[in-house]
Design a protein around this ligand. Structure first.
Ligand SMILES: [Mg+2]
Length: 148
């Protein structure tokens, strides 16, 4: 299977289109905290993530990626566990910067796994939002069953 970026793809057509905020000529503007004031769409993110991914044909790469995804989501659960164990279940004590890092790690695996199946991350996001909006409209957000 080829990378989803081996084929022509429309960029920036979805609701998650690239938005440079307050900058000219597309150059990111430095924030006071040292990061950059820019937003990426999911396709741009996926392409960037793939720059740090192992070759797709590396033996057991998909298995490695799936284990990595589970591991990163587990790291978030581990932080929740420690709040319960060490902080009296006071979830106001989440370290949101730490959570942000783990969510980013999780997103990286999602992006690379999606590409492994030739799926653009934008498509994943848009299909998910459309599915949830449809369920909401039909009053079946709650309940169970993947295809309700
Ligand atoms: Mg992590």
């Amino acid at each position: 299977m080829h990378s989803c970026w081996d084929r022509p793809h429309q960029i920036g057509t979805g609701y998650l289109a690239l938005q440079h905020i307050g900058s000219s000529a597309g150059a990111p503007r430095e924030r006071s905290r040292g990061s950059y004031d820019w937003r990426v769409n999911m396709d741009d993110y996926q392409r960037a993530a793939l720059r740090t991914a192992a070759p797709r044909d590396k033996p057991n790469e998909l298995f490695h990626l799936l284990l990595g995804l589970v591991g990163e989501t587990g790291e978030i659960a581990e932080k929740a566990k420690k709040i319960i164990r060490d902080k009296g279940s006071d979830f106001s004590q989440w370290d949101t910067e730490d959570v942000k890092k783990e969510l980013g790690d999780t997103l990286w695996y999602l992006a690379v796994i999606a590409d492994h199946f030739g799926i653009a991350l934008d498509d994943v996001a848009e299909h998910n939002i459309a599915k949830l909006a449809d369920r909401q409209q039909r009053g079946v957000l709650g309940g169970s069953g993947d295809d309700r």
